[in-house]
Design a protein around this ligand. Structure first.
Ligand SMILES: C[S@@+](CC[C@H](N)C(=O)[O-])C[C@H]1O[C@@H](n2cnc3c(N)ncnc32)[C@H](O)[C@@H]1O
Length: 290
């Protein structure tokens, strides 16, 4: 496997995914009842933005780097606050606001989940690459609530669902380096939903091969899972074939507040993250409520 998330950490796609993740976790945390997070493709947890990999692509500069320098309305600032506070925690005060104070580290999905959950919640992180998994174990540290598993993501959906809490979030974030990943993800969701129909599922995908994205959408429509929300975030107003033009997220059983929150926050992020300074955000129900 060649994929290394350390090249891409903190880029526009991570920002979109992590903002969605943080909003869902903020909602789940409003009720005292415990919940579980299953992060099927967890990655290393914490990324060094001044390290060789991140410096080679510099992708984070147009992602989290641009966000930290942008001005937002109070409503948008409030929606971004839990995630931004966490990024700040991993960096010295003022980091990322100007060239003299570079951003050093960026937390990935497991550390976001760890920070935005309570003592009664539980966390499962799957990562199959041994070196990445060791880094993840170190980043997660001693936390009795969390388990790092060497388990394949697609097997974990069968083995660990439904969670005993009967409440929770499943984040599915594959590297998309192998053919058939869109189909595996749609099939994985369908099987997981049969086991745990009330869970919240958040699936990330790249918008690069537009035909593959369309086929994925049609497959999800055929699966007919109620309350399936599709979010598309383009960093160019005109898509270019075989170029990463944006990313999407499918959220099943989204909190009732999520679509409105994302319209507000992602519309504000689009011009900041877009390579053409405009970008585009679309939210649509693939399958609405029954
Ligand atoms: C896109 S990265 C994850 C980024 C992370 N979710 C985040 O937002 O910070 C995908 C990760 O999945 C791991 N991976 C690839 N195939 C896997 C599989 N079948 N099961 C579990 N992990 C896998 C890769 O090693 C890589 O670290």
């Amino acid at each position: 496997m060649n994929y290394r998330h350390s090249f891409h950490a903190g880029n526009f796609a991570d920002v979109v995914k992590h903002v969605v993740l943080a909003r869902i976790l903020a909602y789940l945390g409003q009720k005292d009842a415990p919940f579980r997070v299953l992060d099927t493709h967890a990655g290393a947890g914490l990324y060094d933005l001044q390290g060789e990999d991140a410096r080679r692509t510099g992708e984070w500069e147009a992602g989290i780097g641009a966000v930290l320098r942008a001005e937002f309305s109070p409503a948008v600032r409030e929606l971004l606050a839990p995630w931004r506070a966490l990024v700040a925690e991993f960096n010295p005060p003022g980091a990322g606001t100007d060239d003299a104070h570079p951003l050093g580290r960026y937390p990935g999905s497991p550390l976001i989940a760890q920070a935005l959950t309570r003592p009664q919640d539980r966390l499962l992180f799957c990562e199959t690459e041994p070196g990445v998994r060791r880094a993840l174990e170190e980043a997660v540290g001693r936390d009795a609530r969390a388990k790092v598993l060497p388990m394949d993501a697609w097997q974990a959906l069968g083995a660990h669902l439904p969670p005993k809490e009967r409440r929770g979030l499943v984040l599915i974030d594959p590297p998309f380096e192998q053919p058939g990943e869109f189909h595996r993800m749609a099939e994985g969701l369908e099987n997981a939903h049969k086991r745990f129909a009330t869970g919240i599922y958040a699936l990330w995908y790249p918008i690069k091969d537009v035909r593959a994205v369309d086929a994925f959408r049609r497959e999800l429509e055929r699966a007919h899972i109620p309350k399936t929300l599709n979010i598309q975030f383009d960093i160019r107003s005109v898509r270019q074939a075989d170029t990463l033009s944006g990313c999407g997220m499918v959220v099943v059983n989204p909190p009732f507040t999520l679509a409105d929150e994302l319209r507000t926050v992602l519309s504000a992020l689009a011009p900041v993250l877009a390579s053409d300074g405009v970008g585009r955000v679309r939210l649509s129900w693939l399958i609405p409520e029954r």
